[in-house]
Design a protein around this ligand. Structure first.
Ligand code: PEP
Ligand code: MG
Length: 580
């Protein structure tokens, strides 16, 4: 019977093939106590294993360095950091000495403790580190038992791989020839496994929760990692439809060279721009290859995932790399946007009742001023290497932008005193992602060099629907009239006050919204690579008048479902070969 599973797109693409369910190797943890005179021997076993594991990881790093890039290999540096963490080492040694337990037992307990404490954290970024810990855990145990590390068996035919989870090393070692795509129950977009999949260009859907248990070996599946769904046992019609879609995509790829260099202008010559959203510098190459005209949103959160906060130099190096790469194209660096739950992780203060309504994004930076100043220093110092734009997230009041700007100016003064160079004229903008900011956009305009609309949050806060909640996901719809009206208002205000405007939420990169966004007046879009070509193709096939008419008709309706139907009917007629 046909089943559809949904998940998070970790790496875009579409693949059709037979499922292969990978169960990994079950770890067997021997647990015993050792005689007092064996304690030293046990400590030796621990030290030798630690060295061997570090050497293994360095070997993997070298291999990835050769096959992918140095940057990708760096992902494993955090594994080395855990192995070299003196506090963990001391805990292991103390446990072996005091409890006279064998190393496997102790390592297992400590790993489980770490995993347990990470799983209780609500922040998805930090929770995704669990898979890194279990990767290291497996490696240590296997080395202790002198068994080989569990890795994907040597596949000899093309499969769609399903697994409860995949470690970053599993992914890095995957044979791209045979693994057409993969699907995991756990993980998110920013897990190291997901990043690795994007670098390898293997389509992947993660976080399906129970996807693996729903599929059997050999079953036919379609992985639609453009819309985040997996169709198990598709009908022949669906296979045909997706095959055509795949061919269409291939065709688009073939047109790539032409399309990449063609302007994103409408038939009536209204010039638009397509920028990229990135989380890590490693994604920038692919962005450029897809024709991104710069970076509209560089989410700096990813730098803050490791156990230690990144210092000024580490941040400076990362920002400089992206700026240099895109220069003279613009790169919009957004200051840290972490949720209230992240404060818990860093400061161990009380957890908030409503993290999304709590000390998030700019509020967190203003609360943690020294961390904020460090980030601003790093961005300012890097700014001389390219066309830098600085952006503050989740501005909800005029006071916040004034305060943030003042801190920025003080930081500039500090750098001047230190005779350090920076671009004093870089544009300073804000995200419009909270209804209060949208409503007061005219007042915020006086303090902003540009606006970028974050629809992911704007939809969440306007409709009061948690963007991560499965249960009320039906409410989360950017075509809700209230959202369309707010968007229209933002466009009108930006035009009146001549504030450059762009849109960088997921809505900007989903082909079904391109026409209404054009009709509302948006011209600058920032998105992931998944639909960049399609967006450009749509832009190049429409007249603005037509888009304005469509959105006008949509906004006459009240019910979101009807608005959506009107739009999809239009798109079906206009672009019969595309799936929306
Ligand atoms: C948004 O809210 O639309 C946005 C782009 O920011 P983030 O998804 O990082 O919250
Ligand atoms: Mg946001």
């Amino acid at each position: 019977m046909q089943q559809i599973i949904t998940g998070i797109i970790a790496s875009p693409g579409i693949k059709i093939g037979k499922a292969y369910v990978y169960h990994g190797t079950n770890l067997i943890i021997p647990k015993y106590t050792v005689e007092p005179d064996q304690v030293d021997h046990e400590l030796d076993r621990y030290r030798q294993t630690l060295e061997k594991t570090k050497a293994d990881i360095k070997a993997i790093q070298e291999q990835i360095s050769r096959s992918l890039s140095r940057d990708m290999a760096d992902i494993f540096s955090s594994h080395l950091m855990v192995l070299e963490d003196p506090m963990i080492a001391e805990k292991v040694v103390r446990n072996i000495r005091e409890n006279r337990r064998n190393v496997e037992w102790v390592i297992n307990d400590i790993s489980m403790e770490l995993i347990q404490s990470l799983s209780s954290i609500e922040d998805v970024y930090l929770r995704e580190r669990i898979v890194d810990i279990s990767d290291i855990h497996k490696r240590l145990i296997n080395n202790l038992q002198k068994t080989s590390a569990p890795s994907l068996p040597s596949l000899d035919k093309e499969v769609i791989l399903f697994s409860a989870d995949l470690t970053p090393s599993d992914t890095a070692m995957m044979n791209k020839k045979y693994v057409l795509a993969f699907v995991t129950d756990t993980g998110g977009r920013t897990s190291h496994t997901a990043i690795m999949a994007r670098a390898l260009e293997i389509p992947a859907i993660v976080g399906t929760i129970n996807g693996t248990s729903m599929v059997k070996d050999g079953q036919m599946v379609i992985v639609d990692a453009l819309h985040g769904k997996i169709i198990i046992e598709p009908t022949d019609v669906q296979i045909d439809e997706y095959t055509r879609y795949q061919e269409d995509l291939l065709l688009l790829d073939a047109e790539l060279a032409k399309l990449t260099h063609l302007p994103a202008a409408t038939l009536d010559n209204e010039v638009c721009h397509i920028y990229g959203n990135i989380e890590i510098p490693e994604e920038m190459k692919m962005m450029k290859e897809h024709g991104a005209q710069g970076i509209g949103l560089y989410r700096s959160e990813f730098l803050f995932l490791d156990r230690a906060l990144p210092d000024e130099d580490k941040q400076y190096v990362a920002y400089k790399k992206v700026l240099e790469f895109f220069s003279p194209m613009p790169v919009t660096i957004r200051t840290l946007d972490v949720g209230g739950d992240k404060i818990y992780a860093y400061n161990k203060t009380v957890r908030e009742r409503n993290p999304f309504l709590g000390c998030r994004a700019i509020r967190f930076s203003l609360e943690n001023e020294s961390l904020f100043r460090t980030q601003l220093r790093a961005i300012l110092r890097a700014s001389v290497y390219g066309n830098t734009r600085l952006m503050f997230p989740m501005i909800s009041t005029v006071e916040e932008i004034i305060k943030s700007r003042n801190i920025l100016y003080e930081t500039m003064d500090d750098l001047r005193k230190e005779k350090k160079e920076f671009d004093a004229d870089m544009p300073i903008g804000i995200m419009i992602e909270v209804p209060s900011a949208a409503i007061n956009a005219d007042r915020l305009a006086a303090h902003s060099d540009f606006f970028s609309v974050g629809t992911n949050d704007l939809v969440q806060y306007t409709i009061a629907v948690d963007r991560l909640s499965e249960k009320i996901a039906y409410l989360y719809n950017p075509l809700n009239l209230s959202v369309l009206r707010l968007l229209k208002h933002i466009v009108d205000v930006s035009a009146k006050y001549e504030i450059p405007l762009s849109i960088c939420g997921e809505m900007a990169g989903e082909p079904r919204y391109t026409v209404p966004l054009l009709g509302l007046g948006f011209r600058n879009f920032s998105m992931g690579t998944a639909f960049m070509y399609q967006t450009k193709r749509i832009i190049r096939s429409v007249n603005i008048n037509e888009c304005e008419d469509v959105v006008e008709e949509m906004m006459k309706l009240d019910v979101t479902e009807e608005i959506e139907k009107l739009l999809l009917d239009y798109l079906g007629r206009k672009f019969p070969t595309m799936l929306f």
